[in-house]
Write a protein that binds this ligand. Structure first.
Ligand code: ATR
Length: 270
């Protein structure tokens, strides 16, 4: 029987994870099964037949990452910091260990792009699960300062207090310069512009959207217009978090560049 993995979420038909993991398996020179599993009730219930079929590892995506966090018998420090789990590793007795590879996927992609977070002034836009998921690994790189800015002040303050960083409203950013600006809001998904003062990008070495799309997202258009030196979408983060999950399951660390190249080509022609 082939090793069995899957990605769980709702919706799930759009997920690119099976394609990415197939490319990793080809690199390792093994055959694995990696399925999409739609979660219609609870993740707990969706995992039961998967475990019974011999599932040994899973990715978890929206909106199941918090439930995944709660159902794990063990959790990594990264998962505890994120308050969410995107990677499940099978333990004996139908139990799961939870990890979160989103943050390391982002940090590795920023490094791949030639930008160092060490000593950098970093701005994170948004204060939901996406931003919480990456704050721990970003802080581990020793940036000079991190600001969390959000449309709703209370959420920015709660998250900033949890990680001991600065909180701000978008309007309060005017006149402040950042080295790295990361969009973790879901505004790009809705095709919406963020009400950002344009001068925040003037000294930005990198503007990074955690979303990805065949063309520039609204945030990346804003960043380019505002003078950001380099703009990137989140496809590299997607491939990076998947690679870190694959390494946890199989002890094999996939090479990212060729997979990212293939996925970019497929996205262009989708
Ligand atoms: P996720 O888990 O993907 O982070 P979430 O918890 O719903 O999803 O958070 C979405 C984030 O995007 C929030 O920070 C939200 O801002 P609010 O806290 O003010 O709701 C932000 N967001 C979504 N659409 C936005 C928009 N059009 N403009 C500004 N912020 C937006």
């Amino acid at each position: 029987m082939l090793p069995l993995y899957a990605v769980f979420g709702h919706p799930i038909a759009h997920s690119r994870s099976p394609d990415i993991h197939a490319l990793f398996a080809a690199q390792e020179g093994v055959a694995v099964r990696y399925e999409r599993r739609l979660v219609e009730g609870s993740l707990h219930d969706a995992l039961l037949p998967f475990a019974a079929a011999g599932g040994s590892g899973a990715n978890v995506t929206v909106p199941c990452k918090e439930e995944a966090f709660h159902l794990c018998a063990e959790r990594s420090v990264r998962a505890e910091q994120a308050g969410a789990v995107n990677t499940l590793i099978r333990l004996p007795e139908n139990a799961w260990r939870g990890d979160n590879t989103d943050g390391i996927g982002l940090v590795n992609d920023i490094t791949r792009l030639g930008v160092s977070l060490r000593g950098a002034k970093v701005l994170l836009l948004g204060a939901g699960g996406a931003v919480r998921g990456v704050l721990g690994p970003i802080l581990a790189e020793n940036p000079a300062a991190v600001t969390v800015a959000n449309r709703t002040a209370a959420k920015a303050h709660t998250l900033a207090a949890l990680f001991d960083v600065q909180a701000a409203l978008f309007s309060e950013l005017a006149g402040t310069r950042f080295d790295v600006v990361i969009n973790g809001t879901s505004a790009s998904l809705a095709g919406e512009n963020l009400p950002l003062p344009s001068n925040i990008f003037e000294q930005a070495k990198l503007a990074y959207d955690m979303m990805y799309a065949p063309q520039d997202t609204p945030f990346l258009r804003q960043a380019r217009g505002g003078g950001a030196q380099h703009c990137a979408d989140g496809l590299g983060m997607l491939v990076g978090q998947a690679a870190a999950s694959y390494a946890l399951w199989r002890g094999f660390e996939p090479e990212l560049e060729p997979v990212l190249h293939t996925m970019r080509e497929r996205l262009r022609h989708a």
